[in-house]
Design a protein. Sequence first.
Length: 242
Amino acid sequence: TLMAFGGSGPLHAAEMARSLGIRQIIVPASPGVFSALGLLEALPEYGFSRTMITDPMSEGADKIINAFNELESSSIERLRTEDLGKDVIGSWSRTADLRYRGQAYELTVNANARPDDDLANFIVERFHIEHERTYGRRASDEPVDLVTIRSTYRIDSDRIVPKSVNETEDKKPPRNAYFGKQHGWMLTPVIDRGKLTNSVTPGPLIIEEYDSTTLVPPDTSVHIDQTGNIIMINTDLEVKLD
């Protein structure tokens, strides 16, 4: 599957996918402002960290938990200067950077242990698992150092629901479009994106919207899925089963 976004991405997506042997193309809502919309959708967060180079097994879970608590308590004062508003609700998430003793680089692991878990054992085991996932090996007998503790405060907020742009009531006239040597020039229907349905429509077709244009070539079908994405299928390509 190829994801197509940007102002001109959907214009070239079907043929690009065909040249790569990709059968399905997804064009999300508001493709021309896809990255900007994602930025607005992202929940605000504030990250705080403290260097704490120690052997977590020797340090013990209680001292590590106290260090996290102190970091978050001191960070609350910083958050108060951000003018977040009285009704803002957020939550803390904890991670830790660890490495095998003597290594030059760390791996960040989840440190949100359950109350009945030993935090030191929890983060060390998470480190072994992450090291094996990242590098293909683990050294369970090697000493592990805790390097940095991190707490992130994420703000809970309502998701943005984009408003639909008013569709053009008048029927748009077809236009000539060139589809390469195989098909040449073809008189091609033009419609607003908002008029697409979940019924499969064969190409050629030009789909217009405020921020982008989607081109559906011959040998490609198009429909809208349940979440409003444009789904194009290069029907001349065989379905590949794993």
